[in-house]
Design a binder for this molecule. Structure first.
Ligand code: HXC
Ligand code: NAP
Length: 305
């Protein structure tokens, strides 16, 4: 279901006309709402994901919705960012339609686990998407922008764990921390050639994908509005995240480079992380693992790449 009308966004209609934004993991969750906001404001958007039917359905839904507001077109492409050759081939197709003006590194994998229960393959399952995959997408697009002398804005979706650690989600926290350093490093290395890098560190924004793997057994509806661990006492609203992403992608923020901006109601300043998990029993961890396995199997059955 679409989330917004133009009234939900802070920006003037047509702000992003002529822009072309590539969003990894844009078929669901936060990637989808950022795609929607960019398209409503006039950008053409390309979304990537492994489940072809999910990507196609989202592209169709968002294109139809954006058309009502004179917005841009959303196109879906099945691509597994763990595979550098797939990135390269799919990027060829993106470039054939014109160089993107922006890239959002949003695709991710994650699950809660006691670190002592992880195997090397469990670590790789996350690091290969978040750390290696996002770097390889950035590298493939970056080489093309540099060769053509094109300007672009890259926004990576991180977590506040990059500052205070992520107990029980160590592979994700480590991988996101790596992307935080990529953001600062390339902001300097490529900034003078017109490619700027920023990142967003969201607090809780209830999505099916995150909740199935980080709060197994709880639904996004059950996330509720109140959250006493956050100074503003609530979870984030999708339009709040979308507005920040549009700001960072648009040339209106051209002097912002190398920054990671938290959007979490001040939550990370309390620094509590997932303290609730420290007291879980073996039985609770077993139940969580089985629930996460169920969510993974359901998604895997839909993958077309
Ligand atoms: C321990 C686990 C595990 C669990 C899987 N593994 N689940 N280990 N606890 N709960 C281990 C397996 O045992 C296996 O290792 C290895 O991981 C690979 O498992 P597969 O099921 O084959 O993984 P794969 O099909 O590659 O799937 C990758 C995935 C999956 C990351 C596990 O969840 C996925 O594709 N997710 C994409 C969407 C997603 O995760 N969205 C949420 C993003 S939310 P062995 O050694 O046994 O073979 C997010 C929020 C952050 O990032 C911040 C919130 C505040
Ligand atoms: P989500 O809906 O599960 O989004 C993850 C997306 O990544 C999915 O569309 C998934 O699609 C895609 N993806 C995963 N592996 C991929 C691969 N190898 N190649 C291509 N696409 C892949 O979860 P979300 O909550 O919206 O998360 C989006 C981003 O926000 C992530 O970076 C996450 O870490 C970050 N974040 C979320 C929250 C939150 O509260 N929701 C908080 C902080 C940070 P396929 O499975 O079809 O490939």
């Amino acid at each position: 279901m679409s989330e917004f009308t133009l009234d939900d966004l802070m920006f003037k209609p047509g702000l992003m006309k002529g822009q072309r934004i590539l969003i990894t993991g844009g078929g669901t969750g936060l990637g989808k709402v950022m795609a929607e906001a960019c398209a409503l404001l006039g950008a053409d958007v390309i979304i990537w994901g492994r489940r072809g039917a999910v990507i196609d359905a989202t592209a169709k839904e968002l294109s139809e919705h954006a058309a009502k507001f004179g917005g841009g077109v959303v196109t879906g492409q099945a691509c597994d960012i763990r595979v550098p050759e797939a990135i390269h081939d799919t990027m060829d197709e993106v470039w054939a339609g014109g160089a993107p003006t922006g890239l959002v590194n949003n695709a991710a994998g994650n699950f809660i686990s006691r670190t002592e229960d992880l195997s090397p393959r469990g670590f790789d399952a996350i690091a290969n998407i978040v750390f290696r995959g996002s770097f390889n997408v950035t590298l493939d697009a970056g080489k093309r922008w540099l060769a053509e002398g094109k300007h672009a804005s890259v926004v990576s979706i991180l977590t506040t764990w990059v500052w205070h650690g992520g107990p029980f989600t160590v592979p994700s926290a480590m991988s996101k921390a790596g992307l935080n350093v990529m953001t600062m490093s390339l902001a300097v290395e490529w900034g003078d050639r017109g490619i700027r890098f920023n990142a967003i560190a969201p607090g809780p924004f209830p999505t099916e994908g995150a909740w199935a793997r980080l709060s197994p057994g709880q639904t996004t509806e059950g996330a509720g509005k109140a959250d006493p661990e956050i100074p503003l006492n609530r979870v984030g609203e999708m339009r709040e995240l979308a507005n920040l992403a549009v700001y960072l992608l648009d040339p209106g923020s051209a002097y912002v480079n190398g920054q990671t901006i938290a959007i979490d109601g001040g939550g990370y300043l309390g620094g509590r992380g997932r303290a609730d998990l420290a007291s879980w029993t073996d039985e609770q961890w077993e139940q969580a693992r089985n629930a996460i396995k169920g969510a993974n199997e359901k998604d895997r059955a839909q993958r077309t790449v």
